[in-house]
Write a protein that binds this ligand. Structure first.
Ligand code: ZN
Length: 308
């Protein structure tokens, strides 16, 4: 019994064949080419090959995708993949693997489910938050992912929190994503006088990004520290809102910006502690991802094994 787990990110696709005990038997990762559908087909063809794992050996496929998505129609419109608008992802993958059931959910949801299944967060309610070029999230309550009727539950990046009034790419104004995503933090820092002062040899030729901002924050550059503090405050508000609604025990933070480690986590934990009122909110624990990039794959595998 093996399932195929697929992680559809904005810039890279990953896939793994995973057994019920959580053992990864094959893993592959590819950058998204100019034709994302061709990349997807290539990825599936390379990992599902006779001798390694055949179509007959697969019992299901689970896909975690950057949102938004429509779980009813099986279509996706990932913000980072312009070529895919209402793209029939489920139908496309089902066409590649006839007879194998295909399950679809959001990246943040699958990150949370993966951490619940294979990480140290399998008690009570878990909120997963992906802080990256956008902000995603997902809830696992009593061992089951809370996906919602359209499959979009957990879009914590589009809660309005903090003092932002910027237009969001979703069409609303002041979303957490406009303050706390990597590009938003960089934009704010540049507008407020940030001049990259990290070692030019390391960053030469690279675009100014959240990693460079994190490096400067770690060095104590005030505007970089403030960008992270501001992001942490908005994230904490959103997290506490979700925690108040769903009685959350643990929050696990993943995504590229979360790789900044304590630079993000320390102000985030402080802001959560400062804002938490009720006793059940004060017990909230905020921790970094333990599975890193494999969290979404493990979550997608759990979904394919029937955890929904
Ligand atoms: Zn938004």
């Amino acid at each position: 019994m093996t399932v195929l787990a697929i992680d559809i990110g904005g810039t890279r696709f990953a896939a793994a064949t995973i057994e019920p005990a959580g053992v990864i038997t094959a893993r592959l990762e590819m950058p998204v080419g100019p034709d994302p559908t061709a990349t997807l087909k290539d990825l599936v063809a390379r990992i599902v090959v006779p001798g390694l794992i055949s179509e007959e050996g697969l019992t299901g496929v689970g896909i975690g995708v950057t949102g938004p998505l429509d779980a009813v129609s099986g279509t996706v419109s990932p913000a980072g993949i312009q070529a895919w608008r209402d793209f029939p992802l489920v139908k496309t993958v089902a066409g590649l693997l006839p007879g194998v059931p295909v399950h679809l959910a959001g990246e943040g949801q699958m990150m949370a489910l993966g951490e619940w299944w294979r990480g140290p967060f399998s008690e009570g309610a878990l909120l997963g938050v992906v802080v990256s070029s956008g902000i995603g999230g997902g809830l696992v309550i009593e061992g089951r992912p809370h996906l919602g009727p359209s499959g979009n539950a957990g879009h914590i990046g589009h809660i309005r929190a903090g003092e932002g009034w910027e237009s969001c790419r979703c069409g609303a104004v002041g979303c957490v994503e406009t303050i706390a995503s990597g590009p938003s933090m960089v934009r704010w820092a540049l507008a407020n006088g940030w001049q990259q002062v990290v070692e030019p040899t390391f960053w030469a030729g690279r675009p100014v990004d959240a990693r460079a901002l994190a490096a400067d924050a770690k060095r104590g550059v005030p505007v970089a520290v403030e960008a992270f503090d501001r992001a942490a405050l908005a994230l904490a508000t959103a997290i506490l809102t979700a925690a108040a609604l769903f009685d959350v025990d643990n929050v696990v933070i993943g995504g590229g910006v979360a790789a900044a480690g304590s630079t993000l986590l320390n102000p985030l934990r402080q802001a959560v502690a400062d804002q938490a009122g009720l006793g059940f909110l004060r017990r909230l624990r905020v921790a970094p991802t333990t599975l890193r990039r494999d969290a979404v794959l493990f979550g997608a595998a759990a979904l394919a094994f029937g955890c929904e």
